[in-house]
Write a new protein. Sequence first.
Length: 284
Amino acid sequence: MKHDQVSAPLTSREKEVVNALLQGMSNKQIALALGISERTIEFHLKNIYNKLQVSSRVEAILKLGKTTGANSGNPVESTVEMDGMNVDNGNQPARMRAAYSWRNTVSLIKKEVAMTIHISFEDLENYLRSKPILFGLLMLFTTSLTIYYVLFELGLYFWISYLLLGLLLGAGSIRVGRIMKNGQQVFPLRLIAIAVLIPLLAAGFDQLYVNTILRFTDPISIAITNISARAEWLTAPNGRLYRSTHLSTTSNDLWFLSIAYMLIVFFISNTIGNRYDKNNPATA
């Protein structure tokens, strides 16, 4: 089958659904043939319609019929395999047939669970794409919680770690501002995961320094915006080295400043991007 009129290539499972569709099978029949649920078939059909740029089952069949050329009048051979099941199993022992049945049931449950999770994540991403303000607030909220954990629970003890945290937050805010401004296709859950990871990168660098290089250097300490932190390696009476850290906070000012910093950089990036694109027709 040719797919030159398809906007995106079909997956192997979608090709199986297409073959069954061209044979005039209903959703229920396709589901039984492929060993999956009707809901999963509906999910695949939705993706197939989008790739074919059609809006109905009839349009899809007509378009697929055209792409098959002279063979459009002949049924398309099914490529469905029933996961190694032997159709003629009447002579098999009851225990073996029960084992096959149990194996296929477990396989079907696994497929359904995986597909349900996939569909749920895709529905959530589509919802967040349609609600950019909610998506932005959710990303800001999750990032803020991670920053709070890094600053006041885990602690940063090296001054370069604070600088790295600021650079990462600024770069991330600029990038998000550009993406939102340009209307690029986004993957909300992936961006939220990256937003959570950014503060943890600074914390990871700090922990790496404290647990490696600091062993051979003098103690380090820092006092910044109501946060004081000190880290050093001491020698126990038995001669064993151990790490000693002290973290003291008197207010959340640095946390609020971090949130304000991200918002300011985001809006500046978005505003400058708007002005730049207006003054450059080539980027409009």
